[in-house]
Design a protein around this ligand. Structure first.
Ligand SMILES: *Cc1c(COP(=O)(O)O)cnc(C)c1O
Length: 305
């Protein structure tokens, strides 16, 4: 369970009630939504007798870092396929992956699938029973984690009824879980997914696919809405790409009320939130939950801000 807080100064300045859901403080070093997903992905694998992990991501992948730490906590072997060049100095997430004892294989972006399969075979050849986790923790258990998280919010927010939930959206796993959870627990509330890299068409398709899988998993009838909000206007030129207004918003939130955002994920989502308040898409006096998905390590590992 992560806490919620009301940010009074930012609320007053924006003319809304701003509530922050602190998944950045999810209890794992570095926190974030990837750690929450793994709490639903890995326990079933433990029960099934797996004893090693394979996954993939970039040097600053929060998912790979959280997976490496989880493996270390279990005393499991892990092999991480890193689709980046090996840097001379290990910073941020890469430093934590390395400290956690993960075996890191730096490869070309085009070869992720092959290298993951190869890592699985290698581990099997060495007598392990490896469990395969898709990059980003993109799977139905990952979405289920955020369906449960919507329930957690309802249980802790009591009489506070959010009108909007704003969340940074990448693979769509987190948003898909929230979409289904919110429809059940907060009818009338709208999830505003803010793309950090994908265009609208691809992003929505992935969210709808993940929602379909989660509906199946929950044994619920499949009702796929046509009003998924996945806004690709704030991604800049793509993943990890920044622009001056984004950096300005990150500085503003930090010095105005100590709200720390990162330029890869949460900064884009909060920048969109501010814009949507200004244009009236989020009307004045709305109650808005900003789902803080993490990213502090991304902020510390970049020299862009
Ligand atoms: C991965 C990530 C996201 C996006 O989550 P998805 O489930 O892939 O959409 C958002 N914020 C942070 C900090 C992340 O690491």
């Amino acid at each position: 369970m992560t806490k919620i807080q009301i940010n009074k100064i930012l609320s007053d300045l924006l003319g809304i009630t701003l509530i922050i859901k602190r998944d950045d403080l999810y209890p794992s070093p570095g926190g974030g939504n990837k750690a929450r997903k793994l709490d639903y992905i890995i326990p079933p694998a433990i029960v099934k007798g797996f004893n090693a992990l394979v996954t993939a991501g970039s040097c600053q992948s929060n998912h790979v870092r959280a997976t490496a730490l989880y493996a270390a906590k279990l005393g499991w072997k892990s092999v991480m396929i890193i689709h980046d060049q090996k840097p001379e100095v290990f910073q941020g997430n890469l430093k934590l992956m390395s400290l956690a004892g993960a075996e890191l294989r730096f490869i070309d972006k085009m070869a992720v699938k092959e290298e993951m399969d190869k890592a699985m075979k290698d581990l099997q050849g060495r007598g392990f029973n490896p469990f395969y986790i898709q990059g980003g923790g993109h799977c139905v258990e990952g979405s289920y984690a955020y369906y449960e998280a919507a329930k957690e919010l309802r249980d802790q927010a009591g009489a506070i009824l959010p009108d909007f939930i704003v969340v940074a959206s990448g693979t769509g796993t987190t948003q898909a879980g929230l979409e289904i959870g919110v429809r059940e627990f907060y009818p009338g509330c709208k999830v505003l997914g803010i793309s950090i890299s994908r265009n609208e068409e691809r992003g929505k398709e992935a969210i709808l696919e993940a929602m379909k899988e989660l509906n199946d998993f929950l044994n619920q009838p499949v009702v796929l809405p046509d009003d998924i909000f996945f806004d690709d206007r704030w991604k800049g030129e793509g993943y990890e790409r920044t622009y001056p207004e984004l950096l300005e918003t990150i500085r503003w939130a930090a010095h105005t009320e100590g709200l720390i955002l990162d330029p890869t994920y949460t900064g884009k989502a909060f920048h969109a939130l501010c814009h949507n308040v200004k244009t009236g898409l989020i009307p004045a006096n709305s109650t808005v939950v900003f789902w803080h998905t993490g990213g502090l390590i991304n902020l510390l590992a970049t020299d862009k801000i």
